[in-house]
Design a protein around this ligand. Structure first.
Ligand code: AP5
Ligand code: MG
Ligand code: ZN
Length: 230
């Protein structure tokens, strides 16, 4: 007994990416998205977009995000439910950075049950905290298409030019300062890490050693995605 309801035959695949800041959730989600026709749904990106647009939710979330804490379940769930209701989410979704609390995990179960869907797998990207500061401090992103890079581990092919779209404006995140990264790691261990056991208990967990290079992690993720989208 896996503790989950059985999904309808046409239910979208639901893949969760669990892992601390810098584990590679965004990097791997984009690779899976291209290859498997799934839609990446990053609550971090959705929240940053709400902050940039100055919406009510964005205004409430900004200070919490700048301090490295977790935004309230209420705000995150409202943003996620809205996104899940959009028409491009048919084949399946990769939830990048959601759920992050047991409250969010339970709410997701309810949302999916109402749609005759379920969590196919939660992939835990397992890494050492110490390496994460390195990954995060070297990160930058293309402003036009959102492709992520790293000064050392994933540089652009031509300096300052996005490989994916040719854009030339690169941005660094406001919450990527070392002191904020420490708070984000703490929030992960206190509030999100327990979700590994939550999904393991129902036989819906896959673990991936995310200390390996991007290509190797991607190969292992693809094998899991093949299984759940088959
Ligand atoms: P969010 O945007 O989700 O940030 P995060 O969880 O801290 O994770 P990151 O985006 O920093 O890391 P990542 O795992 O995506 O790594 P990446 O692929 O970029 O959340 C931000 C904030 O929003 C939270 O702090 C919170 O306030 C709020 N929030 C979001 N969701 C929420 C929720 N559900 N509930 C409440 N609050 C929420 O990789 C990092 C770098 O490393 C890149 O430069 C990449 O090129 C490089 N890299 C990737 N993989 C490798 C590898 N294998 N080897 C070497 N380098 C690598
Ligand atoms: Mg990310
Ligand atoms: Zn780009």
């Amino acid at each position: 007994m896996d503790g989950q309801t059985h999904p309808a035959p046409d239910a979208p695949a639901v893949v969760i990416l669990l892992g601390p800041p810098g584990a590679g959730k965004g990097t791997q989600a984009r690779l899976l998205e291209k290859r498997f026709g799934l839609v990446q749904l990053s609550t971090g990106d959705l929240l940053r977009d709400a902050v940039a647009r100055g919406t009510e939710a964005g205004q409430a979330a900004k200070a919490v995000m700048d301090a490295g804490g977790l935004v309230s379940d209420e705000i995150v769930l409202a943003i996620l439910t809205d996104r899940l209701g959009q028409p491009d989410v048919t084949r399946g979704v990769i939830l990048d950075g959601f759920p992050r609390t047991t409250g969010q995990a339970r709410a997701l179960d309810d949302l999916l049950t109402a749609r005759a869907a379920r969590v196919d797998t939660a992939i835990s990207l397992e890494v050492d905290d110490a390496a994460m500061v390195d990954r995060i401090s070297g990160r930058f992103t293309c402003k036009d298409c959102g492709e992520g890079y790293h000064d050392r581990f994933k540089p652009t092919k031509a300096e300052g030019v996005c490989d994916a779209c040719g854009g030339t404006e690169m941005v660094r995140r406001a919450d990527d300062r070392p002191e904020t990264v420490a708070a984000r790691l703490e929030a992960y261990h206190a509030q999100t890490a327990p979700l590994v056991a939550y999904y393991e208990a129902r036989g819906a967990l896959d673990r991936v050693d995310a200390m390996q290079d991007i290509a190797e992690v991607s190969r292992q993720m693809a094998r899991i995605a093949e299984r759940v989208t088959a």
